[in-house]
Write a protein that binds this ligand. Structure first.
Ligand SMILES: [Zn+2]
Length: 304
């Protein structure tokens, strides 16, 4: 990258741009606040807008890299059940939707799981990629989630999960809904062995995900400004026929009303959750070479 590509904004550059170039090639990205951000700067700032602080969505691999010690992780493979179990088609066939989601994200399913270390402690970790059909949960995500539970039990590790989903897949009907029960039973197995299950809700966490495993964490934290809901605000407003309070269904609102335990900025998540695990597992604090290694008190203060 030279100074011209770094400092001349895309609008000016587009005058000189070849028609064949796609927006994917640009070094810049937009924030919903209207700020144009150099992708490199966004990455350095934990994928948070330097101007408004909005936490941009992450892919599963970006999440693992940002969260775990030294950015090191190993993906845990999980068998993927056959696609399209009820041959669903709307304006486009479900098989085609899966195919294009795989092409865009490079993932087999919206959910991915991995193992690594946090604060020197072996952990199993999972995340959802919203770019893969809105992070929706079907039988594949259900199987991957159960694989994460099995891995945590076999290796006696805590399980940390980052939900980011609109809920269950309508394209898989009742089979997707049955995953709510299956994942809940899986979490129960983890709890029987007193293995910590930590949830960090991200924007958005909604529908069947909120109504099953994502609300079952021993400790539930959230990134700032995340929408956390079961039914959407518009549906609720139309049902109760009243104006909803300011900030309804945001992580800050849910913290004030006791549904979650803390709101923590992304850059402090690994140190805060790492410290929590050290306390829960009665392990001494590891000296991790990590810029954001602050105490949980600092993290919580910063979250207000
Ligand atoms: Zn912004």
């Amino acid at each position: 990258m030279n100074w011209i590509t770094k400092f001349i904004k895309p609008r000016i550059k587009s005058l000189f741009k070849k028609k064949s170039e796609t927006s994917k090639d640009t070094l810049w990205t937009n924030c919903t606040c209207g700020n144009l951000i150099l992708k490199e700067d966004l990455e350095i700032n934990y994928h948070c807008c330097p101007k408004c602080g909005i936490h941009h969505k992450l892919t599963c691999k970006e999440r693992f890299k940002l969260f775990l010690d030294n950015g090191e992780y190993e993906i845990i493979d999980s068998p993927i059940p056959p696609d399209d179990p009820i041959s669903f088609t709307d304006s486009k066939s479900y098989k085609d939707r899966i195919k294009s989601a795989r092409k865009v994200t490079g993932q087999e399913d919206a959910m991915m799981i991995a193992k690594g270390k946090l604060n020197g402690i072996d952990v199993t970790i999972g995340a959802q990629n919203f770019k893969f059909i809105g992070g929706a949960v079907g039988i594949a995500s259900g199987e991957i989630f159960i694989r994460a539970i099995s891995h945590a039990i076999e290796n006696k590790t805590p399980l940390i999960f980052f939900p980011c989903s609109g809920g269950q897949k309508l394209q898989e009907g009742a089979l997707a809904l049955s995953m709510m029960a299956k994942t809940t039973l899986g979490v129960n197995e983890l709890k029987k062995l007193n293995l910590p299950f930590i949830i960090c809700m991200t924007n958005p966490t909604a529908g069947g995900v909120t109504a099953s495993w994502a609300s079952l964490g021993d400790i539930i934290v959230s990134e700032p400004g995340a929408t956390i809901s079961f039914a959407g605000a518009r549906v609720i407003k139309d049902t109760v026929r009243e104006d909803l309070p300011a900030g309804f269904q945001t992580s800050e609102y849910l913290l004030d009303h006791g549904q979650i335990d803390s709101v923590i900025e992304r850059k402090y998540l690994n140190s805060a959750i790492g410290t929590l695990l050290s306390v829960l597992l009665k392990k001494p604090e590891a000296q991790v070479n990590n810029e954001s290694n602050v105490t949980i008190d600092q993290s919580l203060q910063s979250a207000g």
